[in-house]
Design a protein around this ligand. Sequence first.
Ligand code: FNR
Length: 338
Amino acid sequence: MYKLFSPITFKQVTLKNRIVMSPMCMYSCESENGTVQPFHITHYESRAAGQVGLVMVEATAVQPEGRISTRDLGIWSDDHIQGLKQISDRVHAHGAKSSIQLAHAGRKAELETIHAPSSIRFNENYQTPKEMTVEDIEETIISFKRGAQRAKEAGFDIIEIHGAHGYLINQFLSPLTNHRNDQYGGSKENRYRLLSEIIDRVKEEWDGPIFVRISTNEYNAEGNSLDDITYFAKRMKEQGIDLIDCSSGGVVPATISAYPGYQVPAAEKIKQKVTIATGAVGLITSGIQAEEIIQNNRADLIFVARALLRNPYWSKAAADELGYSLDAPKQYIRGWKN
Ligand code: FNR
């Protein structure tokens, strides 16, 4: 049995295989209200039909001011629940599980008024953010909690908190972007406080699996090291997080040399050092490459992004490559009606 196609259980949720559709913003809301469009349903359903184990809906804003663009999906209002439920239902119809990435862009929002831990802009193409007050921080934490409550009503199986790519949570975690001298800045534990409080408040509404995506490398000598990130991962384990989704970059402008599986060593190190499930992502494009990562216990899930944009049936292609017989979707099997 190929491990890539073996099931895995997080709390009460069993995924049929280890392949995850990685979250990808589609910037496809028609108006500025963040509601699901027919495109989103087709887009996510087709990857479920293509036999990924878990479909993860793109970064979805917990507050309107937390959007990257005005065309982002939102989960800041009850009006969003119905559309999101349609995605989740259509994903379930194909035997996949559904998840959603809860997000706040912070200083990387391309909007008029933007917020961040400190008043430092990303680069000259971005606005200078307003430094968040403790009240702003509390409001944001509550927005994540409300987002989790709505995700539950929409029928999602798993939540991922977006703590990577230089968005708001990552801005608090990194000493490069967090220059605060209150309880939310300074020491590692203080920089972790926002994420810690978000996790605690989300758990008040959500008893299912929670993943967190983090940037394991900030590509800057003054930024968090992999040891610092491992410390955060230990804290997340203590708080009951089910999986760390190991990405990198986006905190400050940097040149990244990306090559096949370039983020896998971080997923492997965190998995071994913290004894927590990890997700590997980034230029994982073939079945053999994905199988090696799972087989050698370097990560528990494989997140696939661009390869799944190119081919919604990437799982089938990976199975064919490994010589594994993936008889699905059932409609595609000759004579299935019999
Ligand atoms: C992304 N990525 C991304 N990541 C994330 O955490 N939330 C998001 O909403 C998005 N949005 C997004 C949109 C598009 C069009 C792309 C291509 C990527 C990053 C993505 O999930 C993944 O981490 C990277 O693309 C690396 O994986 P691949 O593409 O090499 O498999």
